[in-house]
Design a protein around this ligand. Sequence first.
Ligand code: DX5
Ligand code: ZN
Length: 217
Amino acid sequence: MLVAPSILSADFGHLADEIEAVNRSEADWFHVDVMDGVFVPNISFGFPVMETLRRYARKPLDVHLMITHPEKYVERFCDAGAWSVGFHLEAVDSEDDVHAILSLIRAKGARACLTINPDISAEGLLPYLDEVDMVLVMSVFAGFGGQTFIPDSLNKIRFLRREIDRRQLPTLIEVDGGINEHTAGLVRHEGADVLVAGSSVFKAPSMEDAIKALKNA
Ligand code: DX5
Ligand code: ZN
């Protein structure tokens, strides 16, 4: 199981130290939550924080764009050092546009990820499964850290796992929102590959132990 701590929950007054703690842990990636205040009712951070991550992080940067018009910014995030770039299916108007944005990301040599909020059917991802490196199932509504896991996301993970296996694809399933030691076990059981965790990692007494617990859930 891969674990990607979400730096949204980090202490930004000590960001380099928080990044270094993740570097030294068993975590696999950094999860980078970018919010524009339009697609979601919250604003997080953008390129200056990407620059800090690029300077200090020694693990891949998994960028989760919660923005409208992702086509305007995906390439710039690739240039800023993103290892993978994900955007929301429901943020894009047409199927053609989704294909085009996935191509922009892959042409930059980054991994392309497609994301859905809890109110979007997983069936909407099916036309793109062959061309994405990863699908991200939101297990809370995008916008804030520290929310409670929505159990219905387990059905989506199971559905996507079955379809990915049936097509024999290498596509990863990532789950984001309300992940802790308990919910990590549930999503792993349904076939998730990557866990995003913010508060359960950064607010834990020991980040190292929290990450270990998620990896072994
Ligand atoms: C929510 C973000 C998540 C969030 C997870 O919009 O996409 O990545 O930081 O935080 P927790 O783990 O606290 O739910
Ligand atoms: Zn996220």
